[in-house]
Design a protein around this ligand. Structure first.
Ligand code: ADP
Length: 154
């Protein structure tokens, strides 16, 4: 099913000058960029976004690391986009992530792992609302659409 998902380029990705390279990987895969903005995350937003990790010893460190510089939030659309983008990110720990995945190719860290990607279409719907306002996600026909998918795939 054609769906949208959230990708966050974490502060280290900006600091290391990897924004273009990482966005390009999703573009090359065939995902349509439907929204993109730079933002400074707040403690409030991070408490919500990482609520499932609030009991972990690294929770504060993770939140601090997500606030040291701005992030770039992206909305990508495609068939099974959440699964596709999450698989492209790879395992959480960059040292264990398979080569060929984003974390496997660009990260040496369990925490400073380049990107956040929603882990399911349901999570993506909730997370996109968290980071994008109405009007910040754009609907337009992807010029390459008919060459990316067979007609029975969407
Ligand atoms: P993912 O981002 O792969 O979906 P989680 O939702 O479990 O993984 O964790 C969110 C983020 O918290 C990770 O991307 C990573 O930055 C950080 N994190 C998770 N587990 C650890 C850990 N054991 N040590 C340090 N940081 C962690």
């Amino acid at each position: 099913m054609l769906e949208k998902t959230l990708v966050i380029l974490k502060p280290g990705t900006l600091q290391r000058g990897l924004v273009g390279e990482i966005v390009q990987r999703f573009e090359r895969k065939g995902l349509r960029l439907a929204g993109m903005k730079m933002m400074q995350l707040t403690d409030e937003l991070l408490n919500e976004h990482y609520a499932h990790l609030s009991g972990k010893p690294f929770f504060q460190q993770l939140k601090d690391a997500m606030r040291v510089a701005p992030v770039i939030v992206c909305c990508f659309e495609g068939v099974d986009a959440a699964h596709v983008a999450h698989a492209m990110a790879g395992a959480t720990n960059g040292r264990q992530a398979a080569p060929g995945t984003i974390r496997g190719d660009y990260s040496m860290s369990h925490q400073k792992n380049i990107v956040h990607t929603s882990d399911s279409p349901e999570t993506a719907a909730v997370e996109l609302k968290r980071f994008f306002k109405p009007g910040e996600i754009f609907e337009y026909k992807q010029a390459t659409f008919d060459y990316l998918y067979a007609s029975d795939e969407y």
